[in-house]
Write a protein that binds this ligand. Structure first.
Ligand code: CLR
Length: 421
């Protein structure tokens, strides 16, 4: 496994171990769902054609359009390729770190291929945790708002902290179903040998930010729906001043331009340092640029999508298939609000398509009743583990994690968290 080099990395790892990073994750990682996917095939267009202009929260679809993941777990899917940000921490050149950070930011889109299904909309107060002792990270996400639906997440490892909000605006445009992420994502990287900031001072940590690009379901009318991801992702290193605009090309008519992305990392003076190019569904490469007129370096591979085994239920990736496993060692530590306990989603995973809709109705009614109760009593809802604040460096609004979750969890004190299912 990868060594811990800097004092900051060692201190962070000690803290994670102290807070029980490995506890509960002793069981083997699940690699596929227990059952095949036996949903009836229904035409998406047939169901959607009367819903032009509506957003996802207003569209009620038969459960057979759901996949048995929740939007909280879709956020956790960002964790599939954290090796890239570990790699960033092991690089001494800040522009090269940006290359790996960009690879990480783009890598999450590979898993959107073939997933034309609606994840479960999390209930207010629903939580989801996922830790990987083998990769030294842990992840936590909480549904902090219902109208509009907002999930706040915080992931950490000795080498980095990754946090932000998933807040998407969606609209069915008639031909396409567009999903626009509004939230900002933040990444602190702790490089092995520190950072020289833009003023020439040595500091232990750097901060990156970016927003996710637009996702869109296209080909609905022709009956061959697929997911495209497009737009400009603006990545910024606030400590060194490096930046990158990563351009995701819209698929267009020619299949040849599908999945393409490219962009140049520039330093604080605007000098190009690395060029990035590739396809977000398969491979991304980078090459070093020499602005002095010397020829650029040879392209090298920075990321490759994990193989997608055929016949995976709901077309999930191997990684996504691991997320909802209710592993025996984990159960005593989980709060009752964890997605793994959500009955409608569990029914779906187990192929009980008759049970799932009724359970979905029941938990949603329960959520409405709780909201009604709060309104009558004049109680303001407060998320358990996040507070909305202004970011000290960027000034953006963000959700600050209060870190209590892992402390409580270690002593199995999360059992009273809430009865939402
Ligand atoms: C994209 C990456 C973001 C988080 C995120 C949020 C919402 C997800 C979206 C991702 C992928 C596409 C998505 C969407 C919600 C609904 C939509 C799953 C993961 C699907 C494809 C819509 C299906 C159409 C229905 C009408 C059946 O970081």
């Amino acid at each position: 496994s990868i060594p811990l080099v800097s004092e900051k990395q060692k201190a962070k790892y000690e803290q994670l171990l102290d807070e029980g990073l490995f506890v509960g994750y002793e069981d083997p990682i699940r690699t596929k769902l227990p059952l095949d996917d036996k949903r009836p095939k229904i035409s998406l267009w047939g169901v959607l054609k009367s819903m032009v202009g509506k957003d996802m929260t207003k569209i009620t679809l038969p459960v057979s359009f759901n996949e048995c993941t929740s939007l909280l777990q879709r956020v956790a899917e960002d964790m599939e390729y954290t090796d890239l940000i570990d790699q960033a921490a092991h690089s001494d050149d800040s522009a090269l770190r940006m290359v790996y950070v960009a690879g990480f930011a783009a890598s999450e889109y590979a898993s959107t291929i073939g997933r034309i299904a609606k994840p479960f909309n999390p209930l207010l107060g629903e939580t989801y945790e996922y830790a990987r002792p083998d990769k030294k990270y842990r992840f936590f996400v909480e549904q902090v708002s219902h109208h509009p639906p907002i999930s706040a997440a915080y992931a950490e490892s000795p080498y980095w902290d990754y946090y932000g909000e998933s807040f998407v605006k969606s609209r069915f445009m008639g031909r396409s179903f567009d999903i626009n992420p509004l939230g900002m994502w933040f990444l602190n990287v702790r490089p092995d040998h520190g950072v020289i900031d833009k003023f020439g001072k040595k500091v232990p940590e750097e901060l990156y930010t970016w927003k996710k690009v637009t996702s869109s379901v296209i080909g609905i009318i022709i009956g061959n729906p697929s997911v495209d991801n497009f737009g400009d992702m603006h990545l910024k290193n606030h400590v060194t001043g490096d930046s990158l605009i990563l351009h995701f090309k819209p698929r267009g008519w020619r299949a040849s331009s599908a999945y393409e992305l490219k962009g140049d990392v520039v330093d604080k003076n605007g000098k190009p340092c690395y060029s990035i190019g590739g396809h977000w569904n398969s491979k991304i490469f980078a090459r070093k640029l020499n602005p002095d007129g010397n020829p650029p370096g040879e392209p090298f591979l920075i990321w490759q999508a994990a193989p997608r085994p055929e016949k995976m239920a709901f077309n999930l990736t191997t990684f996504a298939s691991s997320l909802n496993a209710l592993q025996p060692h984990l159960i005593p530590y989980l709060p009752p609000t964890d997605t793994r306990f959500r009955p409608d989603q569990r029914a779906m995973e187990e192929g009980d398509y008759d049970v799932a809709p009724g359970e979905k109705q029941r938990v949603e009614d329960k959520q409405r009743a709780a909201q009604k109760y709060r309104t009558e009593k004049g109680i303001q809802y407060k998320p358990h583990f996040f507070v909305k604040k202004r970011h000290p460096v960027t000034g953006d609004e963000y959700w600050e994690f209060n870190h209590e979750y892992w402390f409580l969890r270690k002593d199995k004190k999360l059992k009273e968290l809430g009865d939402i299912f």
